[in-house]
Design a protein around this ligand. Sequence first.
Ligand code: ACO
Length: 325
Amino acid sequence: MSATISSIGIYHPEKEIRNSFFEAYLDTSDQWIRERTGIEKRFFSSDNEYTSDLCVKAVQALVKNHNTKISDIDFIIVATSTPDQIVPSVASQVQTRLNISGAGCMDISAACAGFVYGIIMAKGLIAAQTHRKILVIGAETLSKVTDFSDRNSCILFGDGAGAVIVEASPENHILNILTDTDGSYGKDLYLSHQAAPINGEIIIPDNKLHQNGRVVFKWAVSTLVTKIHELAKKNNMSLSDIDFLIPHSANIRILEAVCKELAIPIDKCIESIRNYGNTSAASIPIAWYSGIASGKIKNGDNLLLIGFGGGLTCAGICLKNNIVL
Ligand code: ACO
């Protein structure tokens, strides 16, 4: 059975954090943050606002945007690195709060690649004809796991959520996929809640996100360049057949370097880093929504979505945009 995606909704918390927030207590500057990352602002959840709250609001926005019903959804996938709890899953909290009875539920742990993994899982369930209408959400409250004393990382992250519905359809709009991981980089990006070793090394568990920024940056650029070529080839497309790239928004300089290597103009790349920071699993749906809302992405456009992050892992998918707002 073939599948399509024709609805989307996003949500960000109310609290807007500009770069001046960090200037006030850290040795950093608005200029450094803009020039080295592209970030102008991001949003932080309030103390009593959690990832499931953001998910519910993103789905409510989806319902409003498309005047659609969700009671017939038969599976819910939430991609997140910041679940409210490890058990129960965020997806099951979304199920009960939105009263979607009888749906299967699970969370995916694939960091910033999680949303694309979610679409890949949904495509597979629909192809297997076991499910027909699947809610896929990428959502994070990274501000709750940020080390605000680490200037290398704390300026990067933001909170947000994006939801889409993947459903069975006579026409196939979700094309070929790609997945890849190099677990030997595990310690270069981690969030630890217990003292289990990563790649044989003991970690001090502090429930904060740690990364080796330079290593991740270099890996991201070379992996994205190779995998975008590979994925286009798998879909019998050349890069010029792809109307827009939507990579995970981790740093504007990663996207600029990738576009330069691929010899494609940067305006072919849809990002969410400038206005939302790095929202990990939420960054791709937020960018996708923004691209449609601004009129850049049109119905029928060929999109290449590619996520990368902690693992280190990477997942990509080509699809025809079928979302109209
Ligand atoms: N303000 C001012 N100076 C800073 C700041 C800051 N906030 N942060 C670092 N610096 C300094 C460093 O101390 C260093 O100074 P030095 O030269 O005196 O030692 C200098 O700036 C350059 O440091 P770099 O680490 O080389 O800075 P870089 O240009 O690489 O930018 C960054 C750092 C933004 C972290 C970048 O490496 C990056 O974006 N990496 C990739 C992140 C990523 O993709 N993460 C994956 C997803 S995250 C997830 O999965 C949730």
